[in-house]
Structures are given as structure tokens and as C-alpha cells.
Design a protein around this ligand. Sequence first.
Ligand SMILES: [Zn+2]
Length: 128
Amino acid sequence: MAEPFTFVVDADGVLRLAPRRSEHVVCAGGEAVLSAGEMSFREEPGQWTVEEVSNQSTGYCPDVSSWPAVAKALDRIGIARPSGFTHEVVFRGCRSCRELNIVREEDFICVFCGEDLPRRWNVTERDR
Ligand SMILES: [Zn+2]
């Protein structure tokens, strides 16, 4: 499998790819982009296909619900794709200590301070 790329879907719905290690923003929030994450491709005869795609982006921490923007951006440029993220990352900001958490196995507890994490994605609210 090829090295994955980082991607963003910008505010105009355009897919932008970059080499994986080019991302250094720290959770800027999801507002500037429609989605972001990592993506790898495989080539089939006459057709590029997304092999794996995730919303794993420590730059933007997008919600898993951003998938439709990714699907639309890929459809627009004719790249075959799966029906959803092949790997989903659940980002939540803690309202108590304000740390960013990656929720695993539906365990909505802050790993830093033990407070409950909100069920709804809230990364853009984190610093307000
Ligand atoms: Zn906390």
C-alpha cells in the first residue's frame, strides 16, 4: 500500500492532498475546512481508488460526520471510494480542563481530568 497523504476538503469542496508529514497546525478547529484526515490510494486498471481514508487530522480534528464532504469531493474528480471513513477518530474537547481527547470505544471520559466528555463534536467550541 502506498504511503498515505494528508488531505483537506477546503471551503469550496475541493480535495487538497499533501505529503503526510506536512501538517503542523495543532487543532485549529473545523471551521476553515469541510473535512480533513489521511487517505491512501490504489491503482486499478483505468481507475484510482481510495483504499483507506480516515478523519485522523491533528491539524483540524474534524468530526466523523464530515464524511459527505469527502465523498462529494472524490466523486467530483472521479476517484472511486468506500462508503464511509475506513477509520474513524472521535475528537472531543474537554469542557473542564480544555484538553483534546480522542475517544476510544465509546468511553466519553476525559483522560486528563476524568470529567465526562460531550457526546456531540465540540472542537471548534473548545477555545471560546
Ligand atoms: Zn478534562
